[in-house]
Design a protein. Structure first.
Lengths: 163, 126
């Protein structure tokens, strides 16, 4: 079952006004994006969202891209807050190790990109407990390590295609 | 690493298999280059994007053959095209029409198959 999330409308923060059940897993969060957009977008916008990548949407309909990005970012932030405050947290030691590793990767990539003259943006890495990576669908079970980057979800539209 | 590369891609949109293949191969190259993981640990992840990587390996082979360069340099060239959006290097190596055709395959449903990619790369008149 997919949850319907509250839309931001025209770029307003998408904070829900009512107490709603939050998605139980990263996968349910993704289904919720799809489900909600299907209900709130026009048929034309929905087709654009469903059939195209973020860059295509940005080119074709910048306003829609902005709206989707804002909604996805707000829903994701809200969900992260829910997970952090309602689910048994990752141990501080493990979290520190993960942050150190993320910092190391960021520094390496930054230097690598700079050496080649490529523009570089730091990805916001968010570490969440393994429970939220349990996929209730058959076949899949757990993503490696239970750590997952939400940067693409928060930073771009069309997150439903995430592997 | 993989997600950071996606996040930093500013180029024209490649189709999903090409994007994922380049990103996964690029990420593997970088984690090995900077010794973030051991070769053994990387090999344990064989199940990640196998078909996507297989197609990209064909492109890398073509770059290596055409430019007489090593695999690492070929990965850098392809990764640079994906990240910056500047396709000049790829157009120069495999030909603009051929590269457009290969990118086009990545957008087509069922297009990202080795025989189709090989065929597209073979048609460059070289």
């Amino acid at each position: 079952m997919a949850l319907c999330l509250f839309t931001s409308g025209l770029g307003e923060p998408a904070a829900p006004k009512l107490e709603t059940r939050q998605p139980r897993s990263i996968y349910e969060l993704l289904y919720s994006f799809e489900h909600t957009f299907k209900n709130i977008l026009s048929a034309e916008q929905w087709n654009l969202y469903r059939k195209n990548g973020p860059e295509d949407i940005r080119r074709t309909d910048p306003e829609l891209y902005y709206r989707i990005s804002e909604d996805v970012r707000a829903w994701t932030d809200l969900w992260i807050h829910h997970v952090r405050t309602n689910i048994v947290p990752i141990s501080e030691k493990r979290l520190n190790t993960a942050h150190q590793k993320a910092g190391q990767v960021d520094a390496i990539l930054k230097a690598h990109f700079e050496a080649r003259g490529w523009p570089y943006k730091t990805l916001r890495a968010v570490f969440l407990p393994p429970q939220v990576f349990l996929d209730e669908r058959p076949v899949h079970s757990l993503l490696p390590g239970g750590l997952f980057c939400l940067g693409r979800l928060a930073g771009a539209a069309g997150a439903g295609s995430h592997a | 690493m993989h997600e950071s590369l996606h996040f930093n891609s500013t180029g024209p949109a490649y189709g999903r298999p090409l994007s994922e293949g380049i990103t996964e191969i690029g990420a593997r190259y970088l984690v090995l280059k900077y010794e973030l993981l051991t070769p053994y640990a990387v090999r344990q992840e064989e199940a990640t994007y196998p078909l996507e990587r297989k197609g990209v390996e064909l492109i890398l082979e073509e770059i290596m053959k055409k430019k007489s360069i090593g695999r690492d340099e070929a990965v850098e060239l392809l990764l640079g095209a994906y990240l910056t959006g500047n396709q000049d290097g790829m157009n120069q190596v495999v030909g603009a029409e051929t590269w457009k055709e290969v990118v086009g395959l990545s957008h087509k449903v069922g297009g990202w198959q080795t025989h189709r990619i090989k065929e597209a790369l073979k048609n460059q008149g070289g």
